[in-house]
Design a binder for this molecule. Structure first.
Ligand code: GDP
Ligand code: MG
Length: 317
């Protein structure tokens, strides 16, 4: 039996170490992961994928832990994928955070994975999606994906989550403007975390006004704003309720199917663009099948557009 087929069988039987090993293979771009992913696809599609985005330090990791605890208290299982190299999932500075994190990571029904942004850009998007799909097939009811709200790939990933939560905190006046310019569109639920701090009411009011004026058609989801103190767990129940309400909306309005299709298309495009750019890169290298194109560009015999078209023909795209 190949390593991959052994892995997916163990994974489907609930073996955490098999899940961890397969995720490592995916991150390292190991060819063998393909076979396992192909098998697992048939077993995925049940999880509620929840994206959690916002600037560093707003409390996303703390909130992810609180959400996981709340879901566990309700008998649900959780996967957490943290794509934030600046703030790995070791929690905040406070001891209490670390203790909570350890409690969580000791729970066999919670699977936490931190991913660095190593590798090519296209590669990261593919890897994150694969990890989500692995945890889905592994049977997690909720998959929380934490990313810092900057960078194309990260925004793409949360954009295709079923429910996207945008986290901000008091006193981040500029941030509200940044949300308006960048991620207002993709937010389904907005959170003002650190509501224990001064200025929380003001930030809440600002966000509410912004969300109120967010353009949306008839029957569209109206995003809501929730205040939380992730450190204490305040507001987490309300957030869980909003996430559930959004999921119900998705199902009842038929939007969930559209989201699933959108995510699948985006996955195919990410995989293909990675493959194409890798193949093209190899072809253009010294000694590659299309290296002469580079010489011709240097001699001004062909322009980059022409070279790209010729390369596409050469690679039979
Ligand atoms: N005062 C206060 N601090 C918080 C709250 N939530 C998180 N923090 C702290 O904010 C810091 C950053 O939290 P973290 O979850 O790592 O933020 P992330 O970078 O968005 O993942 C940590 O020191 C947390 O303990 C909160 O509700 N109130
Ligand atoms: Mg974090």
């Amino acid at each position: 039996m190949s390593e991959a087929s052994e892995l997916y069988q163990r994974l489907l039987a609930g073996d955490r170490r098999a899940a961890a090993r397969l995720i490592s293979m995916v991150e390292d771009g190991e060819e063998g992961a393909r076979e396992a992913l192909e098998e697992l696809h048939k077993h995925s599609g049940r999880a509620h994928i929840v994206g959690l985005t916002g600037s560093g330090g707003s409390g996303k990791s703390t909130l992810a832990c609180r959400l996981a605890q709340e879901y566990r208290a309700r008998g649900k299982t959780v996967g957490i994928v943290c794509v934030d190299p600046t703030s790995p999932f070791t929690g905040g500075a406070l001891l209490g955070d670390r203790v909570r994190m350890q409690e969580l990571s000791g729970d066999p029904e919670v699977f936490i994975r931190s991913m660095g942004s190593r590798g090519a850009l296209g590669g990261l998007a593919v890897a994150i999606n694969d990890v989500i799909n692995i945890l889905d097939a592994f049977g997690k009811d909720y998959i929380i994906v934490e990313t810092v709200g900057a960078g194309q790939v990260e925004i793409e990933v949360v954009k295709y989550a079923h429910t996207c939560i945008v986290v901000t905190m008091p006193g981040a006046g500029d941030e509200i403007q940044a949300i308006k310019a960048g991620i207002l569109e993709i937010g389904d639920v907005f959170v003002v975390n650190k509501a224990d701090r001064d200025g929380a009411m003001r930030t809440l009011a600002d966000l509410e006004m912004m969300v109120e004026t967010k353009p949306g058609g008839v029957g569209a989801w109206k995003p809501t704003v929730v205040a939380t103190v992730a450190l204490e767990g305040d507001g987490v129940e309300a957030l869980v309720a909003e996430i559930a309400r959004h999921y119900d909306f998705l199902k009842e309005s038929g939007t969930l199917t559209r989201k699933i299709v959108g995510r699948m298309k985006a996955e195919v495009l990410a995989i293909l663009s990675l493959q194409v750019s890798e193949a093209a890169g190899r072809a253009l290298e010294d000694g590659g099948v299309a290296s002469s194109l580079v010489d011709r560009m240097v001699e001004r015999d062909i322009d980059p557009h022409g070279a790209a078209a010729e390369l596409a023909r050469e690679l039979d795209l």
